[in-house]
Design a protein. Structure first.
Length: 328
């Protein structure tokens, strides 16, 4: 009886002394997550575009936490117009994804109506459209806010500093996306001597008519309240503003990179990293209701001097000095 016992001890001792890499490796579980984005789905035969900075940093953060696409992680990406989002969300649930990352305030609100158990990680401009408390959301929803709603009055102040003579400004946005953004901007306008008017759009197809209406109004400037739909149109919007001599204030730096006059808001690199970390926590076993909603902390002011010159706008030195980036 002693010999088998001694043999087992010897085998255990040899195994302990072997390099760790030589030990039998436990097979890693395959995890599956969904990404749901409002927008026009690509054609089946269209080449796959490179990921945006937001998605790229999101995936890099997941990889740093041990979740690597193609190794132990499968990502199910779904893109569809707003009316298709409920069906796409249910499709992701049928695939038994462990978490769904939803991009856009209006999109999150729509998906919340149909997804009650699968964890949702939101990217929203107004978190209180979705949760009552940031520290402990307490439901199946957590996520990150870019603070676009809260920063709306600040952006209007910056626009007024750039264009002191501006009196008539158009607020261009989707009224169903984040209603508080319009209210805060409307309340700030009279204090700055601005009369502000909303020109809404409701979906991609209604954007051209809304733009033509803005052109007929001929405001002193356009205040763009963005969502995912307008973000995808950033370059076209910049071209339209330039063609109609309309200075624009935008919420995300990439709007200025694509030709918009000025932007002030969260940077995608920080938001993507925050969201990747939150999804990793849920994959590790955390309940979404216990994962605090995070707020962006880095906000960049970007001014496109090329566009300013084309529009005949003189950028004051006070703004140049404060800008995080100036596009020459």
């Amino acid at each position: 009886m002693k010999k088998p016992f001694l043999l087992l001890l010897l085998i255990a001792a040899i195994a302990f002394l072997l390099p760790r890499d030589a030990w039998p490796q436990k097979a890693e579980a395959m995890h599956r997550i969904g990404i749901l984005v409002p927008g026009k789905p690509p054609a089946p035969d269209a080449p796959k575009p490179p990921p945006s900075e937001l998605v790229r940093v999101f995936q890099e953060t997941l990889a740093k936490q041990g979740y690597v696409e193609g190794k132990n992680l499968t990502i199910e990406l779904r893109i569809g117009e707003y009316e298709r989002l409920p069906a796409l969300a249910r499709e992701l649930e049928r695939l038994k994804v462990e978490v769904i990352w939803v991009i856009g305030t209006r999109a999150v609100r729509i998906v919340q109506e149909v997804v009650k158990r699968t964890p949702l990680v939101m990217y929203s401009c107004d978190p209180f459209e979705h949760v009552a408390k940031l520290s402990r959301p307490g439901s199946n929803v957590t996520g990150t806010t870019c603070m676009t709603t809260e920063l709306s009055p600040k952006r209007l102040e910056l626009l007024k500093e750039l264009l002191p003579e501006a009196r008539r400004v158009v607020f261009f946005g989707d009224p169903e996306d984040a209603p508080l953004g319009w209210r805060l901007t409307r309340e700030a306008a009279p204090k700055l001597g601005i009369a502000i008017q909303m020109v809404p759009y409701k979906d991609r197809d209604s954007i051209p008519a809304a733009l033509e209406k803005i052109a007929k109004i001929k405001p002193d400037a356009v205040f763009v309240y963005p969502d995912v739909i307008l973000g995808a149109q950033a370059r076209k919007l910049a071209q339209f503003w330039l063609e109609h001599s309309l200075p624009s204030m935008n919420a995300f730096p990439f709007f200025a990179d694509t030709g918009g006059l000025m932007a002030y808001g969260a940077i995608n690199a920080e938001v993507g990293a925050m969201m990747g970390g939150q999804v990793a926590k849920i994959l590790d076993g955390a309940r979404p209701g216990d994962v605090p909603v995070q707020r962006a902390t880095q906000f960049h002011l970007v001014i496109n001097l090329q566009t300013a010159k084309a529009l005949g706008v003189k950028v004051p030195q006070s703004l140049r000095i404060r800008a995080d980036r100036v596009i020459e």
